[in-house]
Write a new protein. Sequence first.
Length: 129
Amino acid sequence: MEPRVWVNRHQPQTLYIAQLLLYFRGGIALVFGVLLGGSFTLLSLLFAVAEVAAGYGIANERRWGYRLGVAVAAIALLVALLVLLRNFGRFDRLFGQSIGLLFDVALVALLLHPMSLGYQRYWPKRQRG
């Protein structure tokens, strides 16, 4: 039985940083939503849990984790772009949303980087799924 890890430092730097970003985003969403009483819905709870699960799956070299991470990052980027376009004329909200958009773009770029793609293709076949 192979040991499970939360962070895998032996992966390429792109996947390692993507793991950390997924954990960070999921953890921040849970902290601000649940503990501090922010506006937290069931959908946002599932999204935060999916981010943490994707980070864990990538750390343990599971294909489902990589696929979930790409899906979560792409959906977050699409939502951030839509919110940014909706509030484009409101400059008081534009700065905070553009910072969040930078994190979304960075996460998608890290997961779809050729180094990440090449590395996850060679995960053992018994772990496909």
